[in-house]
Design a protein around this ligand. Sequence first.
Ligand code: AMP
Ligand code: ZN
Length: 137
Amino acid sequence: MSDECIFCKIVKGEIPSYKLYEDDDVISFLDIGPANKGHALVVSKLHYELLTEMPSELLQKMIIVVQKIAAAVMKATKADGFNVLNNNKKAAGQLVAHVHFHVVPRFSDDGLKLVWPNKEYKEKEIEEYMDKIKSVL
Ligand code: AMP
Ligand code: ZN
C-alpha cells in the first residue's frame, strides 16, 4: 500500500469508485476520464508500480479479470471491439503509478486513434534488437 496513491485509496474504500468487480486480489472500476463510455480499469489490490515488478501469480489473476471485464463491457456497451492497454512509466503515459489495465470499448466510428505510425529498421538492425533483447530474457 502507498498512502499517497489514488488507486490504493480506492482499494481501501477511502475514496469512492464506480466499482464493477472485486475479489481478494483484484478490483475493477470505471475510469472517470474515459476514452469511450464504459472504459474500465482492472487494478491489483497490492501496490506495485510496474507490470515488471509484480509477482506473475498476481498478473495471472489480473489478466483473467481483464478477460471477464472485457466480455462484460463489450456486451453492455454493444461495442464493436476493445483495446487492453497497460502503461508503464511516465514516458509511456502512466499517470497513476499503480499497475492497472485499461479496457476500452471501441466503436467503428469512435474516431479514436490508438495506433502509432511505424518506424523503420536500418539494415541488420532488427537482428541486433532481437539479439539484444533475447540476451537478457
Ligand atoms: P494511466 O495513464 O495508464 O496511468 O491511467 C490512469 C487512468 O486513471 C486515467 O485514464 C484516469 O482517467 C484514471 N483515473 C484517475 N483517477 C481516477 C479515479 N479516482 N477513479 C477512476 N479513474 C481514475
Ligand atoms: Zn497504489
